[in-house]
Design a protein around this ligand. Structure first.
Ligand SMILES: *[C@@H]1O[C@H](CO)[C@@H](O)[C@H](O)[C@H]1NC(C)=O
Ligand SMILES: *[C@@H]1O[C@H](CO)[C@@H](O)[C@H](O)[C@H]1NC(C)=O
Ligand SMILES: *[C@@H]1O[C@H](CO)[C@@H](O)[C@H](O)[C@H]1NC(C)=O
Ligand SMILES: *[C@@H]1O[C@H](CO)[C@@H](O)[C@H](O)[C@H]1NC(C)=O
Length: 471
């Protein structure tokens, strides 16, 4: 039975081979994983897995996520685990926080979709459907104008909404449109706007067999070609956040002919090398991510399932209790990549929560987890046998960053859980045409502040608009 076979692999891995590495990353993991694996094998859910019903699948996912949870619990939280909410700031903060959040909940924007929001704030809006070479039907949004084309690409669990939901004062799409740019908002396969395929349904396992490699190789080229063709332009400016930068680096190294279609690439919180990632969620999934993905694959669960026991346990571990924790850490994106209080617009949180997370495949997480372990920016690791079959080598091929000749501007910050300054410098040193590297001079500026900071206009946009006019 496939399930038991995979469990056996988990047991072997936790007992032998990679245990040293796992121990290095998470002291105590191997021991905990061993004892958990014993408990797993006796789970009724797993024994009944051959009759896989919805409930059985759900409990398998829960059982599986017990491994990283146990690993998390075995850690000393003060070592590598940034705590999101400390007791000291909560007492003073709590009352205002709850009041602001509640007043924000009455905002009608909570119920409006991205297209309705754009129209509400007085901008024209178009929707465009694009079919990729491998059959995914992607939906793009556009705030049209006759100006320069700017293409915005979201991160993992995100969507076009990311550039709009900060509201008309701070939303990047609005700020660009109001200055005359022709704004195109991409949507990667698997998010809520792009869940159709010419052959598969989004309930099919095969639909979810992709990571950011495919987003870079298929989705970005299809959307960029479509935008250029529609506007009769030969190049555009690309702005990506997080995975929106990862997938760009994949495209520009795997399909070098696309470099000439990019007059400038702005990477907000760039993610390629991941050795120093601090996000506990990604680090915890690293050792089990591939196995988890393998197991999910064998039982047909592909979409990343945010509402798992893993998120509940991490919430407990990193956020503690109390109403502020309850609100903030209930969102898997905030839980995954952290947040800072300084730049958080609490009144706007209900709008943000209503629009994301937007959906991603489990394989996207697994691929990032592999990057944390290997220290390499390379294709998905299927294990040596399958790697040989697919790639002709036992190790997955690295992305050749020398192929990237489009001008790239890297923006990062000290407190970003996903994009660490050391990893960004490594990326910078490997890009031939990095024309700009900028550290946001704000302490505690975190990953999502690059999208939704209260002071986005001053901190990010003022510099961004200057940069855009130079290229
Ligand atoms: C763009 O459109 C505006 C008004 O819609 C017009 O005034 C302007 O001349 C146009 N610019 C170009 C380059 O076509
Ligand atoms: C480009 O646009 C033209 C007309 O707008 C359309 O006929 C053609 O199919 C498009 N080509 C691609 C590659 O999208
Ligand atoms: C904060 O959010 C509220 C509610 O969405 C919004 O009205 C306000 O403009 C936002 N503040 C900034 C600085 O964007
Ligand atoms: C990477 O790309 C560069 C330039 O495009 C090329 O010279 C080099 O041989 C490539 N390296 C590998 C390992 O393929």
């Amino acid at each position: 039975m496939a399930i038991i076979k995979h469990l056996f692999i988990i047991a072997i891995v936790s007992a032998g081979g990679r245990a040293q590495l796992a121990d290095f990353l998470f002291p105590g993991l191997a021991h905990t994983a061993r004892s958990i694996t014993g408990a797993l094998a006796s789970q009724p859910a797993l024994q009944a897995a051959s009759q896989a019903s919805g409930n059985v699948l759900a409990s398998i996912v829960n059982v599986l996520t017990a491994v990283p949870i146990a690993a998390a619990r075995s850690l000393n939280p003060s070592v590598n685990f940034p705590s999101l909410i400390s007791d000291s700031n909560i007492v003073d903060y709590s009352e205002n926080f709850i009041a602001d959040f509640n007043s924000g909940s009455r905002n009608e924007d909570v119920r409006l979709n991205v297209g309705e929001l754009i129209l509400k704030y007085g901008y024209p809006m178009e929707r465009h459907k694009v079919v990729t070479e491998d059959g995914y039907i992607l939906q793009m949004y556009r705030i049209p104008s006759n100006g320069t084309v700017v293409f915005l690409m979201h991160g993992m669990l995100g969507s076009a909404d990311d550039y709009v939901i900060a509201g008309p004062e701070s939303g990047m799409a609005y700020l660009l449109a109001s200055e005359g740019y022709d704004v195109w908002l991409g949507n990667a396969r698997g998010n809520k706007h792009s869940r159709h395929h010419t052959e598969f349904k989004s309930s099919d396992a095969l639909f979810w067999d992709f990571s950011w490699h495919e987003i870079g190789c298929y989705d970005l080229p299809a959307m960029i070609d479509y935008a250029l063709n529609t506007t009769e332009q030969t190049s555009l400016k690309y702005i990506g956040h997080s995975q929106g930068t990862t997938s760009f680096f994949v495209m520009a190294s795997e399909k070098p002919e696309y470099n000439e279609k990019i007059s400038l690439m702005v990477a907000l919180s760039p993610v390629a090398f991941m050795t120093h990632v601090t996000a506990p969620f990604i680090k915890l999934l690293a050792p089990t991510g591939t196995l988890l993905h393998g197991l999910l694959k064998s039982i047909g669960v592909y979409e990343f399932l945010p509402d798992s026991s893993l998120t509940r346990a991490l919430k407990q571990l990193m956020c503690g209790n109390g109403p502020v924790a309850e609100i903030l850490c209930s969102n898997v994106l905030f839980l995954s990549v952290g947040f800072g209080f300084d730049q958080l617009n609490v009144t706007n949180l209900p709008v943000i929560f209503a629009h994301m997370p937007s959906g991603s495949s489990a394989k996207q997480f697994a691929h990032y987890g592999q990057g944390v372990l290997s220290g390499e920016f390379r294709q998905f690791d299927y294990g040596s046998t399958e790697n040989v079959r697919r790639y002709g080598s036992s190790q997955p091929p690295k992305y050749n960053l020398s192929n990237i000749v489009a001008p790239v501007s890297l923006w990062y910050s000290e407190a970003d859980w996903m994009s660490h300054p050391t990893d960004v410098s490594e990326l910078y040193s490997k890009l031939n045409n990095a024309i700009d590297i900028y550290k946001v001079p704000i302490e505690r500026f975190n990953h999502l502040d690059f999208l939704w900071a209260k002071d986005f206009k001053n901190i990010i946009y003022q510099r961004l608009r200057k940069l855009l006019t130079y290229f």
